[in-house]
Design a binder for this molecule. Structure first.
Ligand code: 5GP
Ligand code: MG
Length: 493
């Protein structure tokens, strides 16, 4: 059995695929991955096929630095699968760079999501004497598919055979030399959409990639569905019955505002978050300032609905990404200052409503509040356009261990004091749901309500106060967060 640290590769990523006769699929994929860069900045990879042979190129860093023209020339063919990788720690080296191209070159696999408990896959592979010690969840999926292929199955039927072993969230793209396949878990936790391009098809984690490459949105891959594209066109196979539960965090923070998820423009949903905030909380203030970039739509929505003027008060350096150059201790303290710089005239002497999309650990937020105070703000009223994150995520968004989540162990008042804000308000779960325009049953809100729609297996032990019937459900509303109880573990729930 694996220890907690074996699961350190928790990835939230982008996947992309093309089947387009006559195209240079690698170039199309490069532009698609570039548009999806926000979903992962640690590494990028492309696998292609010209109908006979398969080619692969992958490396660490941003898409724009991983690929050069020579690579594009080598990545021949009209079929491609691509991946941008996000991971928080460990796993350096090409072994974890996706898409994987299986040893004997028969197929490639790229995965967005996470399988919280891989015991079923591990047991299955162990029973067939396949070693798995160094495998992360995606490597285990690849090994199971490969096993079925080695027994004579075609890629599509191998994936269908292995599918029941994939216990978790996956929006995945796979291919062999002749076909492209996209498939999604039964809840469709992570997004995955299909577009048309000339005489072919593309699939992407988000629709913003279609706009970039001139493709036309067709539809989402349905939860539990597998889609195949080959010389016969597009074919759908419903592997298991779907029960749509998109991760609401895609709307809160993760997706690009110009993407459309389940028919809803993300920008519009985020503005609605602000509008709902204004209905729930009004404060006396002079100006509404977003923490860039992710909370700009919510701040606009709050400003419009409250009547308080919107202003740009903090500028983000867009060129700061993870760097392999370690700053000295003195520079590290300036980390946040390198990223965010206040505009003094916008905040000095003012009562500021500071809007941010989420509070996870609280460490960034605390520094942002300080920046605004140092710039001369008279008051700082924090408006968070999502509910408190009290539960860890297991489906592919990197929210840390529950002990690192500030809202899991502090009351609202304790958080306000820690963040040094004059007031602190979080959008309610009901307000968040209303803002999406979707029904509650279509959403996974596990990091807010502790209800995990796809079983998390043994990892349930690590969650305190989860929404499972045994532990009782917490609704995460702001009203409740003030009532703090101490759980036997010491975590306050
Ligand atoms: P905290 O104050 O909790 O340390 O950080 C909150 C900030 O992190 C918010 O501004 C939010 O936009 C951002 N954030 C939320 N989720 C993620 C994530 O998964 N990755 C990164 N890099 N930032 C996130
Ligand atoms: Mg932010």
């Amino acid at each position: 059995m694996r220890s907690e640290s074996d699961y350190k590769l928790r990835e939230k990523c982008a996947v992309f695929g093309v089947y387009c006769p006559g195209s240079e699929a690698a170039r199309v994929t490069f532009y698609g991955l570039w548009a999806l860069q926000h979903r992962g900045q640690e590494g990028s990879g492309i696998v292609t096929s010209d109908g006979h042979s398969m080619y692969r190129h992958a490396g660490a860093g941003l898409a724009s630095s991983v690929y050069h023209d020579e690579d594009m020339q080598r990545l021949r063919g009209h079929i491609a699968a691509g991946h941008n990788r996000y991971s928080t720690s460990g796993g350096s080296g090409d072994f974890y760079n996706q898409p994987f191209l299986h040893d004997r070159g028969q197929f490639a696999l790229a995965h967005n999501g996470n399988l919280p408990d891989c015991s079923m896959l591990e047991d299955f592979l162990a029973s067939h004497d396949i070693p798995t010690e160094t495998h992360n969840d995606t490597r285990l999926m690849e090994a199971a598919i490969a096993l079925y292929i080695s027994r004579g199955h075609e890629l599509e039927s191998a994936i269908i055979k292995a599918y029941p072993l994939f216990t978790g969230a996956f929006s995945a793209v796979s291919m062999d030399s002749r076909r492209l396949i996209a498939f999604r878990d039964q809840c469709g936790i992570r997004p995955l959409s299909i577009g048309t391009l000339d005489d072919g098809y593309v699939v992407a984690s988000e629709t913003c990639a279609f706009d970039t490459i001139g493709a036309t949105f067709l539809r989402d891959v349905r939860p539990g569905e597998l889609v195949r594209v080959d010389e016969d066109g597009i074919t759908s196979h419903q592997v298991v019955e779907g029960n749509q539960k998109i991760d609401v965090f895609e709307f809160v923070y993760f997706a690009r505002p110009d993407s459309i998820i389940m028919g809803q423009r993300v920008n519009n949903v985020r503005q609605n978050f602000g509008l709902e905030m204004a209905k729930e909380f009004c404060v006396e203030a002079d100006v509404v300032i977003p923490v860039p970039d992710s909370s700009i739509p919510a701040a606009l929505g709050y400003s419009r609905a409250s009547g308080l003027p919107f202003d740009v008060g903090i500028i983000k350096n867009r060129y700061i990404h993870r760097t392999f150059i370690q700053p000295t201790a003195g520079l590290r303290r300036r980390d946040i200052k390198m990223k965010l710089n206040p505009i003094l005239e916008s905040v000095a002497g003012k009562r500021v409503v500071l809007v941010d999309d989420s509070v996870v650990r609280g460490t960034t937020m605390r520094q942002v509040v300080q920046i605004v105070r140092d710039a001369g703000a008279r008051q700082v009223h924090l408006m968070i356009s999502s509910p408190p994150v009290r539960y860890p995520d297991f489906y592919g968004i990197d929210t840390p261990n529950q002990r690192d989540l500030i809202a899991a162990h502090m009351s609202l008042e304790e958080m306000r004091a820690y963040l040094r804000a004059d007031t602190l308000n979080f959008l309610s779960i009901d307000g968040m749901v209303r803002a999406t325009g979707l029904s509650r049953s279509q959403l996974s809100m596990s990091c807010f309500d502790g209800v995990y729609p796809i079983g998390i297996g043994r990892r349930e032990e690590a969650v305190v106060g989860s929404g499972s019937p045994v532990m009782g459900r917490v609704d995460g509303s702001t009203a409740e967060i003030g009532q703090v109880e101490t759980h036997p573990s010491g975590l306050r729930v």
